[in-house]
Design a binder for this molecule. Structure first.
Ligand SMILES: Nc1nc2c(c(=O)[nH]1)N(C=O)[C@@H](CNc1ccc(C(=O)N[C@@H](CCC(=O)O)C(=O)O)cc1)CN2
Ligand SMILES: Nc1ncnc2c1ncn2[C@@H]1O[C@H](COP(=O)(O)OP(=O)(O)OP(=O)(O)O)[C@@H](O)[C@H]1O
Length: 182
């Protein structure tokens, strides 16, 4: 499978899996996985389309430390993250995303990473911008950084087409299980 084909397969599975009850199971797992890291600066994401929803857990974490969400730069650049709480006013951003109209930059030590597909070895397939690869590479060059992939179990693919620039995940949380790689 090439990347485009793997993306189509995983996105179709994600659309099919999208369900608020699955989100609640996954949120409970995400909370448990992140509990030991509470208080550290963390990056979440504001879901688009049929992406799994991390917002209730981000809201809880925001009472314990800074939570940021991605600001998408032009292609070829890493993401930055802007402080978010449930009350933060949002504006429309790029690629159908939204982000805070204003706010301080958050430099995360822990990232809840959206993904299109994953495999059981901790490899991740995104939308193809390479944004999270570039971002994790830059953050990891400075300090240890924990990347937690968050997705529906149905988004697992048996084999992912890999590239040398792909940054591995430290864990993957789904509604069905928590996989740890470090
Ligand atoms: N929620 C969320 N925010 C994110 C990402 C993500 O994957 N999910 N990103 C990860 O890098 C960055 C934005 N990059 C993106 C690049 C391409 C597309 C994209 O191709 N979107 C489709 C429609 C998506 C859908 O409805 O599922 C499109 O524009 O046609 C989206 C985000 C930062 N913010
Ligand atoms: N650190 C990097 N330095 C240079 N090029 C990179 C880097 N990371 C990724 N790229 C380039 O970006 C392209 C897109 O990457 P890839 O297909 O892995 O994106 P993705 O992980 O699916 O997307 P995203 O992270 O935006 O959700 C790759 O073909 C690669 O050439």
């Amino acid at each position: 499978m090439d990347k485009a084909e793997a993306r189509r397969t995983a996105l179709a599975a994600r659309d099919e899996a999208h369900d608020p009850e699955r989100d609640r199971f996954a949120q409970a797992r995400l909370r448990t996985a992140l509990a030991p890291l509470a208080g550290r600066p963390i990056a979440g994401f504001l879901p688009i389309g049929t992406e799994i929803d991390p917002l209730p857990i981000m809201a809880e974490l925001a009472t314990e430390g800074p939570v940021g969400v991605p600001i998408t730069p032009s292609l070829g650049h890493p993401l930055s993250f802007r402080a978010w709480t449930p009350e933060t006013p949002l504006i429309d951003g790029k690629f159908g995303t939204r982000w805070p109209a204003e706010g301080d930059e958050v430099v995360p030590e822990v990232l809840i990473v959206p993904l299109v597909g994953f495999d059981r070895a901790g490899n991740r397939l995104g939308y193809g911008g390479g944004f999270y690869d570039r971002t994790l590479e830059a953050l990891r060059a400075v300090r240890p950084t924990v990347a937690v992939g968050y997705a529906y179990a149905a988004q697992e693919l048996e084999e992912l087409p890999l590239e040398p620039t792909d940054q591995p995940l430290d864990a993957i949380v789904t509604e069905a299980e928590t996989l740890r790689f470090t």
